[in-house]
Design a protein around this ligand. Sequence first.
Ligand SMILES: [Zn+2]
Length: 437
Amino acid sequence: MYHAKAMHAVTHERSTAADVGSRHKICRLCRAQLATTFVDLGMSPLCQSFVRGDQIDRMEAYYPLHVLVCSECFLVQLQGYVAPEQIFTEYAYFSSYSTSWVEHARRYCEMVVARFGLGQNSQVFEIASNDGYLLQHFLPFRVPVLGIEPAANVAEAARRKNVPTLVQFFGLGLARRLVSEGRSADLIIGNNVLAQVPDLHDFTAGMAHLLSPQGVITLEFPHLERLIDEGQFDTIYHEHFSYFSLITIDRLVRNHGLRIFDVEQLASHGGSLRVYLCHTDSGHVTSSRVCALMAHERQIGFEDIGSYARFAVSVHNTKRQLLSFLIAAKEKRAKICGYGAPGKGNTLLNYCGIGTDFIDFTVDRNPYKQGLYTPGMHIPIYPLSAIDEARPDYLLILPWNLKKEIAGQMRHVSEWGCKLIVPIPTVEVIDPTGVAL
Ligand SMILES: [Zn+2]
């Protein structure tokens, strides 16, 4: 059944841009018909559907990674092919395995406690709170917190850190229930969750309903400008339905009586925005940074449908560059291993067709992934110690956004002359001892 479905979709996705509109794909934000391709990465399995050894000979479900951009509101988006319940109820991603991300969360908590005067009488909610990597940092300040996380296995890890966590998807329904129980939010945190929300309006309406009159929402999400400028096509996967600019966020939140009162540009996840939202009529003063970034986005063409076409060209170029490098290295009999098995790695591997013909295996710190195979390309995932045993010539860094952290952890591989390959935005070969930490 999956095979038939996949073949059917392949035929569809090779049709012309004009045909896309005739299939009545509808914009998730403004309901206009979608007709313009942003990039088409072909067919790919779900990036978190790691395969066990006993499943390796079975068929796998492949879905289109065909990203469209709306000519009315300019939201870059992927159609939802898979129900979130299928993706997120048992999740292999534990935020705490990235030490730099946990540190990012700690600094954020200290900043918001000071900036908004949070204390024992405040209520902080985090949506998609994962394993409590962030909310744990409020505990020393005695700020009451509640995590909301749909994946029961990661929620359990949060509870072990004394972070109370509801196993739920967030939306207006849950917000109404919490408000009816007398709760309201002084702070709602949503880090890297908005992209994964199929119903943006239900989610945003829920945040607005739960937010106290002077409360604050902070959302972090990868910035579309960075994705385009740095060719970060591997951050596109089925779990990420939407790719935001400040212009599209502004349009979304205005629909729900919210306004953006501040914005920061962050280095995390290849370049993210942190937006601060409040009720339209609340007392928070709007920073000049909001207006400045909106003007910048207009200036670089984010309200011009024609300017989105350049992205696909740079993606094709990156694929050719990476494959040329790997082919040349293999011709010289180099031994290449991967580092990491993040979701983004699977988009890269599947789109470029990189399997065990190039990479012997990859390694990951997350024991949940060790012993499994990457979806689609079936590259085995081992513990880190496998690198020291194999002594490869190159390590292909799949979570390239953590390249400094990884270079710091893997400096010892230079003892046998091993170099690191960073695939994006352009292929870069680095000596781990030469990376400034
Ligand atoms: Zn739209």
